[in-house]
Ligand binder design. Structure first.
Ligand code: APR
Length: 253
């Protein structure tokens, strides 16, 4: 059961913005970066997720991304991803911003996803800048190359790199103008993504955090759900639907 005050807040139809992090994909079997079994507890981000690390050892970095892509091949969107896709389908004034590079939101049916940190499914050429999801055809020392002869890198944002200005501008605009901001499965440790719920809160939005643990944002959040995203997000959607006549559009499962 949701707190009455949250249920009333959900009753206000308005603009919804959502920020997700690795935690929403945890129930799809993908690892998170921080916390007790975090990826960064076992590996050094500077070596595997930075341009310096890539230039120093492109083969190691490609081995790591190829391994992560193999995990993705077995991963399916979970009820948390699916509920967000359904919510957007019913209420178009809904902006989904993610730090994740796994593409599971899109696989669940979410549209116009703002991928702040890029996509692991994309290869980008260091020479001509072309981007593709197709399997590379040319390899030298186990490192893929573009047909132009340039070296390929994963299409993700590495530590120390700038985010896409257009994507970030859209994300900031959504945080500044929304009535309800959901922050789901993120440690709120990495900026500028972590500033989005703070901006939403400062602009008067109702802020709801879904995380199995407390985070740096918890003390600011209006509501904190200490629950798994795959359980809590469908519950939030159900509570929102109770208040909205749009629920007649929801197809019974
Ligand atoms: N449901 C909800 N939250 C969960 C779940 C779950 N099932 N499992 C884990 N979490 C929470 C953890 O408690 C943690 O707060 O998800 C959060 C994951 O935090 P991080 O591992 O730091 O991932 P994220 O916040 O997405 O990291 C941000 O850091 O390394 C960079 O670019 C990388 O995009 C990433 C960014």
């Amino acid at each position: 059961m949701l707190p009455q005050s949250l249920s009333e807040s959900l009753g206000k139809l308005g603009r919804i913005a959502v920020l997700t992090g690795a935690g929403i994909s945890a129930d799809s079997g993908l690892g998170t970066f921080r916390g007790k079994d975090g990826i960064w507890n076992k590996m050094r981000p500077e070596e595997l997720a930075s341009m310096e690390g890539f230039l120093a050892n492109p083969q190691l970095v490609w081995e790591w991304y190829t391994y992560r892509r193999s995990l993705l091949a077995a991963a399916e969107p979970n009820p948390g991803h699916k509920a967000l896709a359904e919510w957007q389908g019913i209420h178009p004034d809904f902006t989904l911003i993610t730090q994740n590079v796994d593409g599971l939101h899109q696989l669940a049916g979410s549209k116009n996803v703002l991928e702040l940190h890029g996509s692991i499914r994309v290869n980008r050429c260091l020479n001509c800048g072309s981007e593709t999801e197709n399997e590379p055809q040319v390899f030298k020392d186990h490192v893929p190359y573009c047909s132009c002869g340039g070296r390929l890198r994963p299409g993700v944002v590495w530590f120390g790199e700038m985010l896409s200005e257009a994507t970030l501008t859209s994300a900031f605009e959504a945080a500044q103008t929304c009535d309800l901001f959901l922050t789901i499965g993120t440690s709120a440790a990495v900026y500028p993504a972590a500033s989005l719920p703070e901006i939403a809160s400062a602009h008067g939005a109702v802020t709801v955090e879904v995380n199995i643990e407390e985070t740096a944002f918890t003390r600011l959040a209006d509501f904190h759900f200490a629950a798994s995203a795959s359980v809590a997000v469908p519950m939030l959607l159900d509570a929102w639907l109770v208040h909205h006549p749009l629920s007649i559009l929801r197809h019974e499962k």
